[in-house]
Design a protein. Structure first.
Lengths: 168, 168
DNA sequence: TTGAGTGCAAACTTTTTGCAATGTT
DNA sequence: AACATTGCAAAAAGTTTGCACTCAA
């Protein structure tokens, strides 16, 4: 975990604290433990991966609490929820990370990320034309890696980032 | 149903026939009945809506067959499957209809459509940069209608189309 | 103290699967 | 006639809910 990652976790904790206080919700250890686990992970994850991962670390959490807490974290924008075409919701931490979209390999299911400012302008234009206030979007490119051995490469990180010049 | 819609249905039946013959699959009445039902509908639908709708018309189909047939139709590109953020897959007919993306009202869940050629060029560029052969994408804008009474307007069609100059 | 939040298990929803019956080729 | 496909019902997969207990405020 990089220093930036750690800073993001600390900042995220502050945001969560403020959010909970503001909403009159309780600052339970479970909520912070789940937040920490998420900000310590590097990749996209689903509810069960997170749950199992915490169980393995001897945390005492139930699936219901994981679901509840993820709702809270999504609501305060610390976590983003994705429905990547399957019936399994995927999540990813979002504080301190640049807005990005996804590219998913239909062979190996690797998730990559990219940024393109034109999407923002399309969003603005379409919103205006259709009288919609667009507040977020989801753009996913599905395809196959053209490099050899896409499916079996374990030497590349699960999530690659293009143009991730985020410096907080 | 317009004449264009009818033509699309006829063309779709031919495509399905060719596909089934090519794959050595059987041309069962259920498959054509489901195709016809889909091309007769005007909107997006989920498995249960389609199933109920066919039951009401006294077709004899089971949910399993609807699921199986939808897989076939998606595979031969006559139907597109969407996972609009919920755990309920939505489908829509796709033959003879221009490529488009979606805008979903987070208040009333109305689905609108739009086209923008820039998405294609972003797709090409990103694919090249990340060494991916992108073969399809999903772009959804989420937002709220800025016109009054968005939630309750029944006078607008469920699916609005912008730039739908399809003449097929 | 007290009720929001938790763990657990049961319920629910959507999709998939097993199997005997059916009907296309 | 052979076997892919169907209907049905049961199972699976993912998520939500009910309830008694716990602990943050």
């Amino acid at each position: 975990m990089s220093q930036i990652g750690k800073d993001n976790l600390e900042a995220a904790k502050k945001i969560l604290t403020a959010y909970l206080e503001n909403k009159g919700l309780r600052k339970t250890p479970e909520r912070f433990a789940i937040l920490e686990e998420i900000y310590t992970r590097s990749d996209h994850f689903d509810v069960d991966e997170l749950y199992i991962s915490m169980k393995n670390k001897k945390y005492r959490v139930s699936r219901a609490t994981v679901y509840n807490t993820l709702d809270v974290l999504v609501d305060c924008d610390l976590v983003t929820k994705h429905q990547f075409g399957k019936n399994l919701a995927q999540y990813e931490k979002s504080y301190g990370f640049k807005q990005h979209d996804h590219l998913i390999c239909t062979d190996c299911h690797k998730v990559m990320e990219f940024c393109d400012p034109r999407i923002q302008s399309i969003q603005n234009m379409v919103g205006e034309m259709l009288h919609f206030k667009v507040d977020h979007h989801s753009l996913i490119f599905y395809g196959g890696c053209t490099r050899p051995n896409c499916e079996n490469r374990k030497d590349v990180p699960e999530v690659e980032v293009l143009d991730q010049n985020n410096t907080n």
